[in-house]
Ligand binder design. Structure first.
Ligand SMILES: Cc1cc2nc3c(=O)[nH]c(=O)nc-3n(C[C@H](O)[C@H](O)[C@H](O)COP(=O)(O)O)c2cc1C
Length: 305
């Protein structure tokens, strides 16, 4: 059976709907011995800022019963080092590379967009307005619809690349945020980023994370993420990149049926580095078993009566 898995994520053409979530797959090279990264629909790189960032004080990671808490604090070498040292390898993978960008001010987002515009090998931008563990900026932008719209507009004004805006679930109404960001010109929406959480060490009687608060990811957040995709699909006519707790083909299919055009796998990469390829095989098996020729037939399928 001839299967069509091609999807269009706001102008980014992906050979299949499976990509990897920012911050959980480094710059691709780290996984290249374990995964055939050429099979991915796209690669989303680590959060990138204008200047290099050292990140938050350790400990930065803690496992909780059904998920991971992280407070990395966007440690990264900065956009210049990304373009010079990491992008050349990524270009050789032959799949679209989406750069996740983050800033402390609207101007920083605009400058990042301008710097990456026209750079060979960059297929699109994922705008992180939702990092829960960066004190200045991040959460403010992500939880205030007006600020979210301003950042979106500034990025759009400074690039011809497709712009995916990544939303936070740490808000009262994710649909309101999605509507404002859509009106400001976003080409696609990415949801969700991590949920704000914490853990306490009862022996030291102190918070475990150096940053006290962190972002919860993994299986614990899947139902919340799925709900967000469902609600936003009904409210906004933009392609959705769904993520949050995906660890198998069944999870991917749930996100697609809730309304995601493509999905990203994050924390599950730490448990099984080959998960993205296994998931892709699982989707194909499902399509063959159910007689689905085109993956697009399944996008939003759970909404129809
Ligand atoms: C260690 C770690 C680092 C992350 N770094 C970033 C980042 O730099 N930028 C970003 O937008 N999201 C970042 N995220 C959030 C993920 O991209 C993703 O939205 C979230 O983890 C939910 O997906 P998951 O449950 O499959 O991990 C990070 C997540 C983890 C676990």
């Amino acid at each position: 059976m001839n299967l069509n898995l091609v999807v269009d994520l706001g102008g980014i053409k992906m050979a299949n709907p499976v990509t990897v979530a920012s911050g959980t797959f480094g710059y691709g090279q780290e996984y290249a011995d374990l995964v055939n990264i050429r099979r991915l629909g796209a690669i989303i790189v680590k959060g990138t800022t204008l200047e290099p960032r050292a990140g938050n004080p350790p400990p930065r990671l803690v496992e909780t019963p059904a998920g991971l808490l992280n407070a990395i604090g966007l440690m990264n070498p900065g956009v210049e080092a990304f373009v010079e040292q990491y992008l050349p390898y990524l270009r050789t993978a032959g799949v679209p590379v989406i750069v996740n960008i983050a800033g402390n001010t609207v101007e920083e987002y605009a400058a990042l967009a301008a710097r990456l515009d026209g750079v060979a090998g960059v297929a699109g931008l994922e705008v992180n307005i939702s990092c829960p563990n960066v004190k200045k900026g991040g959460l403010q932008f992500g939880s205030d619809p007006e600020m979210a719209a301003q950042v979106t507009r500034a990025v759009k004004d400074n690039t011809r690349l497709p712009v995916i805006v990544k939303l936070s679930p740490n808000v009262t109404s994710i649909t309101e945020l999605a509507q404002r960001v859509a009106a400001a010109g976003a080409d696609a929406l990415s949801l969700i980023n991590t949920l704000l959480g914490m853990a306490i060490d009862i022996h030291t009687r102190r918070p475990v994370l150096g940053n006290v608060l962190g972002g919860l990811s993994g299986p614990a957040i899947k139902p919340v993420a799925l709900r967000c995709v469902w609600q936003v699909y009904q409210a906004v006519r933009l392609p959705i990149l769904g993520m949050g707790g995906i660890s198998c083909a069944r999870d991917v299919l749930e996100f697609i049926m809730a309304g995601a055009s493509a999905v990203a796998i994050g924390t599950a990469n730490f448990v099984n580095p080959r998960v993205s390829e296994e998931v892709l095989d699982g989707i194909r098996e499902f399509m063959i078993a159910e007689g689905v020729k085109d993956i697009k037939e399944l996008v939003g399928a759970a909404h129809s009566v």
